[in-house]
Design a protein around this ligand. Sequence first.
Ligand code: 5GP
Ligand code: ZN
Length: 155
Amino acid sequence: MPIAYPTDPDCIFCKIVAGDIPCHKLYEDDLVLAMLDIGPIAPGHTLLIPKGHYPSLTDVPPDTAAALGRALPLLGQAVCKATDTDNFNVLQNNGRPAGQAVFHVHFHVIPRTADDARTTPPAGSPGTGLPFDWPATELDPDAATTLAERIRSAL
Ligand code: 5GP
Ligand code: ZN
């Protein structure tokens, strides 16, 4: 019997899951689907999505989260092999201020090479970094104790 999952008729990724909009499908199982991103920032840029409509990672139920977690290393390996690199980023945005544009949760799998043209190396970084600022600061020990306690309590 097919697994039932929530859908949103206005969601572009739900339409792709339903087969109403085409995609370059790379992988699917009962719970997840992977496809090429329509606006790749590198050749092989892939999206892994749950078949169910969950706007944010915090909405994803454990069985679907496990399926996403199972698929990610497999996809990373395949995307790297196909694009002849050993390097990739996994990126996942939740909420508009975090850069989310499509509100059906998804993981970006982005192959990377040493000569990526589109990236600016963050100051002091040995690699080519990510195509956005990484404004690292130093962890304040007092603030860290308080923050760690607040996060542990929220778990
Ligand atoms: P976000 O900013 O929400 O993390 O990323 C959304 C991603 O979805 C973008 O990289 C964008 O190129 C991709 N995307 C948007 N619409 C479609 C579509 O119809 N098909 C595919 N394959 N990717 C899409
Ligand atoms: Zn959706």
